[in-house]
Design a protein around this ligand. Structure first.
Ligand code: DGY
Length: 339
């Protein structure tokens, strides 16, 4: 028996005689037993590495795939779809955001795209609010001080931050994660403003005692602006120089959504000019690169895109992606199709 297209011992055999049923290609290491469950039913090529495969390797690996399971760093565009071939039925993205997948081209070619909504809402909202506290209370700066051995300890005016109680958080993009972040903010005594393309459920607005306001009002009235919009052509650089200029000089920007929603060069300029007070960022315009003007600033907290990074959440994401593939290859409806 000859293994085709791989030198990886973790690969289920695909014989030179032809495919042993639908072929599933999994690009990226997954926690839990998602891959085992796929293997129980299908021929699986598993790229068991926690890194993004180089583009040329992706083109080689996807050849002949009926289903692709892709982690976030992997782009699925026309070239990948061409390399996969016309039998491809589903691209299961292991993330809720799917700006890495060319959904329009998938649709044109009859390839279904799925994502992982719901299962990462709490983990990401926890991290968003952690960033709110980190940046307003200067926690990263304080931790660096202790770690460096440079601290003089307690001081009346030492590392003074600002309180969140009684302040307003503006949720830009009141979807599931935005609303979950707003609930955490309410628990910390913050007022909630909401703004986005689609109107939130009135019951959520009432429960949060929130106000739905236009984008400009949210910017001007919030003490913390927390970004939760998906990345689309309409939200690319939504928070640009003019949006930042509308914010209060004492306000903070938090972004746990997608880096390109914020114009990073404009953010650096705004921080340098004192247009806003600071930023907490889990995502960047050109990940994993971070603008050098951000790295050197104490009023900025930088995290490496870990919003959903708990073992429970990542396992649930992997499970949902696998379940989508299993359903579609069995001829059933996808659980969480995109669009
Ligand atoms: C998502 O799911 O879109 C997150 O950004 C990755 O965990």
């Amino acid at each position: 028996m000859r293994l085709v297209g791989t030198s990886d011992a973790s690969t289920t055999a695909r014989t030179a005689d032809g495919p042993a049923g639908p072929r599933v290609v999994v690009l990226g290491r997954l926690p839990g037993d998602a891959v085992e469950r796929l293997r129980a039913r299908h021929t699986v090529h598993y790229r068991d590495e926690d890194s993004t495969a180089p583009a040329e390797e992706v083109l080689r690996l996807v050849s002949g795939a009926d289903a692709l399971v892709v982690t976030l760093g992997h782009r699925v565009d026309a070239a990948v779809l061409d390399a996969a071939g016309p039998q491809l039925r589903i691209v299961a993205n292991v993330a809720v955001g799917y700006d890495n997948v060319d959904v329009a081209t998938c649709r044109e070619r009859g390839v279904l795209v799925t994502n992982t909504p719901g299962v990462l809402t709490d983990a990401t909202a926890d991290l968003a609010f952690a960033l709110v506290l980190m940046v307003t209370r200067r926690l990263a700066e304080a931790e660096r001080e202790v770690r460096s051995g440079q601290t003089a300890g307690w001081g009346m005016f030492h590392l003074l931050g600002t309180s969140v109680q009684g302040k307003a958080i503006g949720i830009l993009g009141p979807g599931a994660i935005g609303l979950a972040t707003a609930r955490r903010a309410r628990a910390f005594g913050m007022d909630v403003l909401l703004s986005g393309r689609s109107a939130p459920d009135p019951a959520d607005v009432r429960a949060l005692q929130a106000r739905v306001v236009p984008f400009e009002e949210l910017l001007a009235s919030s003490d913390v602006v927390s970004v939760h919009t998906p990345l689309t052509p309409a939200t690319l650089h939504l928070v640009d120089a003019s949006a930042l200029a509308r914010m209060k000089p004492a306000a903070y920007l938090v972004n746990t959504a997608r880096g390109p929603v914020v114009d990073e060069a404009a953010l650096v300029a705004a921080l340098e000019a004192g247009t806003i007070a600071g930023a907490g960022l889990d995502v960047f315009e050109d990940e994993p690169r971070v603008h050098p003007g951000l790295r050197e600033r104490d009023d900025v907290v930088l995290l490496p895109h870990i919003g959903s990074a708990t073992i429970e959440t990542r396992t649930a994401m992997a499970d949902l992606a696998a379940d989508n593939v299993l359903a579609v290859l069995a001829g059933d409806d996808a659980l969480t199709p995109v669009g």
